[in-house]
Design a binder for this molecule. Structure first.
Ligand SMILES: Nc1nc2c(ncn2[C@@H]2O[C@H](COP(=O)(O)OP(=O)(O)OP(=O)(O)O)[C@@H](O)[C@H]2O)c(=O)[nH]1
Ligand SMILES: [Mg+2]
Length: 341
């Protein structure tokens, strides 16, 4: 990756940024070099994860939130990463997303990137993180990551975010089936979108009740809330660093309530910085990145030391039950020593 392209990206050249993002996404050597060159400039951006059931209005809301954040006094640049719009379940949304986000195209302070596909090297979460780093180094102050709230990869993605927004839609009565169990625990801000539909107030009340009940035992775990199973605390005595997730109502397509949402996002960012949780999150994210990298690097390195036949041979012995997996590992680890020296 030529130094010139890096400096162009740093200066705000969108084409340079776009090219570097493509290299990173493709996992090329150039992409890796770019990441290394950009790394010293990262660590500034406020990463916002937004998740919720399919069709709950996440893309529309992200669009409105980005525009709202642009009106802040500092005129921050905003990046949007839409994860997996090509999934077979949401395939129909691709075109819709493009159309909805079209009105953002004219604003040079907003950059939208869709992640092309699942199953890329290193998994979705780490790929999202790598793309974020390029945006971060390019001076994007807010990076919004949209993902459908379904599986573990989504939880991993929100773990990389500073602020997690969980979107729900009005349910029928008190029934909040659309929010998956456990999703409340990762929310820093809850949004009941489609507030123009019946039952929005009930949904808000229900979510507030659930949070109030959970809050009695709320603890911070690595910067994230955990609904603790330990002794409940008194409800009126929150922990000093505590953050009670607000429940907001929005109508994404006309922007109703989005000003309040942007306000809460900014407030949550301040809260993280003031309480030291921002730094704590950074530390635990870096520790986790190093751990994963170490595991994959050591594995690759070890794998190169062992011939295919030898591995097969040992696997067969385990299959035949003449060797225990523990013993197999010992043999595999000492293979090189025994043969080359
Ligand atoms: N009535 C109403 N419709 C909305 C609102 N927000 C979004 N929609 C509509 O809901 C549909 C889905 O919106 P999207 O923004 O694509 O939802 P999404 O959650 O991003 O969808 P996926 O990415 O496919 O999971 C679209 O037809 C939107 O126009 C709202 O506040 N009220
Ligand atoms: Mg969407």
């Amino acid at each position: 990756m030529p130094a010139e392209q890096i400096s162009e990206l740093r200066k705000g050249n969108r084409l340079a940024l776009s090219r570097i993002l493509s290299q990173i996404e493709a996992g090329t050597a150039k992409g890796d070099q770019a990441l290394e060159a950009l790394f010293p400039y990262t660590g500034q951006a406020h990463k916002i994860g937004i998740t919720g059931p399919p069709g709950s209005g996440k893309s529309t809301l992200v669009n409105a939130l980005a525009r709202q954040l642009r009106t802040l006094e500092s005129h921050p640049k905003v990046a949007i990463i839409a994860v997996d719009p090509t999934s077979p379940f949401t395939g129909g949304a691709i075109l819709g997303d493009r159309v909805r986000m079209q009105d953002l195209q004219g604003d040079k302070g907003i950059f939208i990137r869709s992640m092309a596909s699942r199953g890329a090297l290193g998994g979705l979460a780490s790929q999202t993180e790598m793309l974020s780093q390029a945006f971060d180094a390019a001076g994007y102050e807010y990076i919004i990551i949209e993902t459908v709230g379904a599986g573990q990869s989504e939880v991993d993605i929100v773990n990389l975010a500073h602020t997690t927004i969980v979107v729900d839609v009005p349910g029928m009565g008190d029934d909040i089936q659309s929010i998956k169990a456990g999703i409340l625990e990762i929310a820093d801000i809850l949004v009941v979108n489609k507030a123009d539909h019946l039952g929005a107030d009930q949904s808000v009340k229900h979510l507030q009740t659930m949070i109030a009940m959970g809050y009695r035992g709320l603890r911070y775990a690595g910067g994230k809330h955990r609904l603790s199973e330990t002794m409940p605390q008194k409800q009126d005595e929150p922990e000093p660093s505590g953050w009670i997730p607000p429940v907001l109502k929005t109508i994404a397509f006309d922007g109703t309530g989005v000003d309040k949402l942007a306000e809460e996002v900014v407030k949550h960012g301040k809260h993280l910085k003031e309480t030291g949780l921002w730094a704590e999150k950074a530390e635990s994210a870096i520790t986790e990145t190093l751990r994963k990298l170490m595991i994959s690097t050591l594995y690759k390195r070890w794998r190169q030391t062992i011939p295919e036949e030898e591995l097969e041979n040992i696997v067969n012995q385990v299959l035949e039950r003449t060797l225990h997996p523990h013993q197999a590992i010992q043999q595999l680890l000492s293979y090189n020593k025994n043969t080359t020296h």
